[in-house]
Design a protein around this ligand. Structure first.
Ligand SMILES: Nc1ncnc2c1ncn2[C@@H]1O[C@H](COP(=O)(O)OP(=O)(O)OP(=O)(O)O)[C@@H](O)[C@H]1O
Ligand SMILES: [Mg+2]
Length: 537
C-alpha cells in the first residue's frame, strides 16, 4: 500500500471492490435496458464523452482520497471523472434497487445514471466508494438517457459539501466536469425542451446502499439473496455490530432507525427540504443522498416544498419529513421481515426512531434557542409558540435564529426588548404587513424567552457562542446556487468556487461575505431554480 501522503497518479489509488467481489452480479454484460433478477448489480462502463472540461472540485474530498491539488487540476483527473478513462483498479457497475416513489411501489429502478467506479482504501485504511452521476445509460436507465445537466450537477456538488460542513450526515462530492455534450431537458415537463450542457459529478460515500436495494430483493421473493445482502451490509457498513445473527439483525435495524432520525433532525435544524424522499433515495447509513429538487427554507413554512412535481400533494414538504422517514423505515421493515422472521425487532426499531426523533428534536430546538438546562415540558410550549409566530409572519428562519442570539439578558440593559426588536426587523419578508396584534404576541414571546434564559443562567457570551455553533449564518440559499449556475452556463465557474468556499465555514461571521447571508431577494421569490424545481435534472 502506498503510504506517501499524496498520490502521483490516479492509477495509484488502491481499490478493494467488495460489493462486486462478494455479491452476485448480473451475468449479462451487454448494456441494454432490462429487468435484472437474482443479482445485486450489473457491470457497465461509463459512456465516452466528447470534450470533458473541469468545473470544480472539493479539496476536502480530494484529501480523503489522498489526491493532491496538482492531480485534481490535471487533464487525467478530468478524463477519469468524466468517465473517459478507467484508472487502474476501477471496476464499474450499476446497482439494482427498487423503491416506493411518492408512496407507490415502482418496481425495479436501479442506478439509471449512476455508475460506481469502486471502493478506494486511503492511506489511513478508510474506505470510500466513488460513483459518477450522469455518466451514461445502464441496464437500469428505463426510458431515460443516463445523463445529467450542469445546473443539477452544480446543485448536487455544492449542496453535498455545504451539508457536510454544516455537520449534516451526507454523501460527498469530489468533482464536477462538463462532458462537452448537450442534453435535452424539459425542465417543467410542459412541452418546452431545451438543450443544456451535460455534466458529471463524482460522488463519494462509505456506501451507496439504499432502502430500495433490500426492497427489490424482497419484492421478487429472492429471500436467500436478501439474507446474503443483509449479512454483507452488516459486515461491511456496520462491522462494530459483530457477526450477523438474529440479535445483531435487531441491533442493526435499530441503528438504521436511529441514524435516520438523527439525519432528519439535522435537516429540520438547518431548514433543508430534500424534495424526493422516495425509499430509493434513503441511505442505509442515514446519509443525505440524491440532491435533486431540494431546497432551503427562506421564510419558515412547514408546508413548503421546492419540488413542483409534488406541488399538489406536498408529500415531501418540510414539516412532513419526519413522518415520511418513519413511513420509509416501515417499508424497509416490510422488506426485511422475511429475513428477520419476526416482527418484534422491527417494531422495536420503529419505536427507536420515534423516541430518538422526539428526544433529539427537542434537544436541537433547545440548542437553537440557547437553552442549556433540560426542562422539556416547559420548553415545549415556548418552542411551539415560536414556530407559530415564525410561520405567521413570513420570517427568514436562518436570519431569525442568528439574530435572536444577540438578545441581552443582563439586568443592566433594560432596553433589551427594543434592541432585539430592531435586530429582528430585517428577518421579515413583508415587514409592512406585521400587525399590532402580531407584534404584541411576538413581544410577549420574547418576554417569556428572556425570562427563560435568565432562569437558565448561561452568561450571554457563552449562550451566543453556543447558538452560533448550531444556527448557521450561511446556508446554500436556492437563489445563490442559481446565480452560480447562471454564470457557469456562460462559462464562468468562479461563483461555484466562491460558494463552495463560503459553505466551508457556515457558522462563522466571514466579514465581507454578508451579502450571501441576506434573505432571498424579491426577484427570486418565484423564479424557476430559486423556489421551484422539478425532478428534471
Ligand atoms: N436521466 C436519467 N437517466 C436514466 N435514469 C435516470 C435518469 N434520471 C433518473 N433516473 C433514474 O430514475 C430513478 C429515480 O430517479 P431519482 O431522481 O430519484 O434519482 P437520480 O437523481 O438519478 O439519482 P440518485 O438517487 O442516484 O442521486 C433512479 O433509478 C435513477 O437512476
Ligand atoms: Mg434517486
Amino acid at each position: 500500500m502506498n503510504l506517501s501522503p499524496q498520490l502521483a497518479s490516479l492509477d495509484d489509488l488502491v481499490f478493494d471492490n467488495r460489493f462486486i467481489r462478494e455479491l452476485p452480479g448480473d451475468p449479462e454484460t451487454a448494456n441494454f435496458r432490462r429487468q435484472v433478477a437474482d443479482a445485486c448489480y450489473s457491470r457497465v462502463n461509463p459512456a465516452k464523452v466528447a470534450a470533458p472540461q473541469w468545473v470544480a472540485y472539493s479539496r476536502e474530498v480530494a484529501d480523503l482520497l489522498d489526491l493532491s491539488r496538482e492531480l485534481c487540476a490535471s487533464e487525467d483527473f478530468t478524463q477519469v471523472f468524466a468517465g473517459n478513462r478507467l484508472a487502474r483498479g476501477m471496476e464499474p457497475f450499476a446497482m439494482c434497487y427498487g423503491g416506493h416513489q411518492f408512496g407507490f411501489w415502482a418496481g425495479q429502478l436501479g442506478d439509471g445514471r449512476a455508475i460506481n467506479l469502486g471502493e478506494v482504501v486511503n492511506r489511513h485504511g478508510e474506505r470510500w466508494v466513488l460513483q459518477l452521476k450522469g455518466a451514461g445509460p445502464t441496464p437500469y436507465s428505463r426510458n431515460a438517457d443516463g445523463l445529467a445537466v450542469l445546473r443539477s450537477s452544480i446543485r448536487e456538488f455544492l449542496c453535498s459539501e455545504a451539508m457536510h460542513h454544516l455537520g449534516v450526515p451526507t454523501t460527498r462530492a469530489l468533482s464536477v466536469v462538463l462532458t462537452g455534450e448537450r442534453v435535452i431537458r424539459d425542465m417543467f415537463y410542459d412541452g418546452n425542451p431545451r438543450s443544456e450542457p451535460g455534466a458529471i459529478v463524482c460522488r463519494v460515500s462509505p456506501s451507496f446502499i439504499r432502502f430500495g436495494n433490500f426492497q427489490i430483493l424482497a419484492a421478487r421473493g429472492e429471500t436467500e439473496l436478501l439474507r446474503r445482502f443483509v449479512d454483507y451490509t452488516i459486515r461491511v457498513d456496520f462491522p462494530h455490530l459483530g457477526e450477523p445473527s438474529p440479535a445483531v439483525y435487531a441491533d442493526w435495524f435499530q441503528e438504521i432507525c436511529r441514524k435516520t432520525a438523527e439525519m432528519i433532525v439535522h435537516w429540520q435544524r438547518v431548514g433543508f427540504v430534500h424534495g424526493v424522499m422516495n425509499t430509493d433515495n434513503m441511505s442505509i447509513l442515514g446519509l443525505t443522498i440524491d440532491y435533486g429538487p431540494y431546497g432551503w427554507l427562506d421564510n419558515y413554512d412547514p408546508h413548503w416544498t421546492p419540488n413542483t412535481t409534488d406541488a399538489e400533494q406536498r408529500r415531501y414538504r418540510f414539516g412532513q419529513q419526519p413522518q415520511i422517514a418513519y413511513w420509509n423505515l416501515g417499508q424497509l421493515a416490510n422488506a426485511l421481515f422475511p429475513v428477520f422472521g419476526e416482527a418484534e425487532p422491527l417494531q422495536a426499531g420503529m419505536s427507536a426512531y420515534a423516541e430518538t426523533f422526539d428526544r433529539e428534536w427537542q434537544r436541537m430546538m433547545a440548542g437553537k434557542l440557547g437553552i442549556a438546562d433540560d426542562r422539556p415540558a416547559t420548553d415545549e410550549d415556548l418552542i411551539i409558540e415560536l414556530l407559530v409566530l415564525l410561520q405567521k409572519a413570513e420570517t427568514d428562519m436562518t436570519l431569525f435564529f442568528r439574530r435572536l442570539a444577540s438578545l441581552d439578558t443582563g439586568g443592566d440593559r433594560p432596553d433589551w426588548k427594543t434592541r432585539i426588536a430592531a435586530r429582528l426587523e430585517d428577518c421579515y419578508y413583508r415587514p409592512e404587513q406585521l400587525s399590532a396584534d402580531y407584534l404584541e404576541r411576538r413581544d410577549a414571546w420574547l418576554g417569556r424567552y428572556h425570562e427563560r434564559l435568565r432562569q437558565g443562567g448561561l452568561p450571554d457570551v457563552e449562550r451566543r457562542r453556543r447558538m452560533y455553533a448550531v444556527n448557521p449564518k450561511y446556508v446554500l440559499r436556492n437563489y445563490l446556487s442559481q446565480l452560480a449556475i447562471d454564470r457557469a452556463e456562460q462559462g464562468d465557474f468562479s461563483t461555484v468556487d466562491e460558494l463552495l468556499d463560503l459553505c466551508r465555514r457556515p457558522y462563522d461571521e466571514q466579514p465581507g461575505k454578508e451579502h450571501y447571508a441576506a434573505k432571498r431577494p424579491d426577484w427570486a421569490r418565484s423564479r424557476p431554480g430559486c423556489s421551484m424545481l422539478s425532478c428534471s435534472s
